[in-house]
Design a protein around this ligand. Structure first.
Ligand code: BEZ
Length: 190
């Protein structure tokens, strides 16, 4: 975890909904909303997986890409970034995120440990197994080929994976699946 990410002091808010938003995918490097502080945060019992099809951002309907969701798994964990938002801005922030993450993602309240220690309630977006774009696991090479080939309105699927891997690395977050996928995609000449 980087020292810079710990630098901002955290202030309490009096919000009626959790003031923290937990990001484990593109929110880590592109939150696109105002926040008061950010902290690397640990979510236990869930794993980041490239198991959600992206027909709208990193692919197109006839050739969807793959993006991350969270999958429940006993003993697993997922490091991401928690953002503290101001009570006065939450409604607008959540309304914008609901639109950005509309393809199968639903807002969920989870408990995360800031820097692995202080527990706080946070909102996160999870695309569960019942949503139509949930594609689940596939062999590593198949996922890598799909990611290497896919492009959508938000750009190349490969760049999404690159950004995620680079930002996890910047934060000293280890994620074996992301590392394996990154190596497999970079090795492809698609
Ligand atoms: C995230 O960064 O947490 C995220 C981004 C896109 C969809 C769902 C979650």
């Amino acid at each position: 975890m980087s020292k810079d990410a710990r630098a901002t002091p955290v202030r309490a808010t009096s919000a009626g909904v959790p003031a923290w938003i937990f990001g484990y995918g593109s929110l880590i490097w592109r939150p696109d909303f105002p926040f008061i502080a950010q902290r690397p945060a640990l979510l236990r019992g869930w794993r980041r997986r490239f198991w959600q099809a992206s027909p709208d951002h990193r692919g197109v309907p006839h050739a969807p890409g793959r993006v991350v969701t969270l999958v429940e798994e006993t003993g697993a964990h997922c490091w991401g970034m928690a953002f503290l938002t101001a009570a006065t801005e939450q409604e607008a922030i959540l309304a914008a995120l609901d639109i950005r993450e509309q393809n199968g993602y639903a807002r969920e309240e989870v408990m995360v440990a800031l820097e692995g220690k202080d527990m706080v309630s946070a909102l996160t977006y999870i695309a569960g197994p019942a949503n139509p774009s949930f594609v689940g696991p596939a062999p590593l090479q198949d996922m890598a080929t799909q990611i290497a080939r896919s492009h959508g309105p938000s750009g190349a699927n490969r760049d999404y994976l690159r950004e995620l891997a680079a930002n996890l690395s910047r934060l000293d977050i280890e994620d074996e699946e992301i590392a394996n996928l990154s190596r497999a995609v970079e090795a492809l000449r698609v």
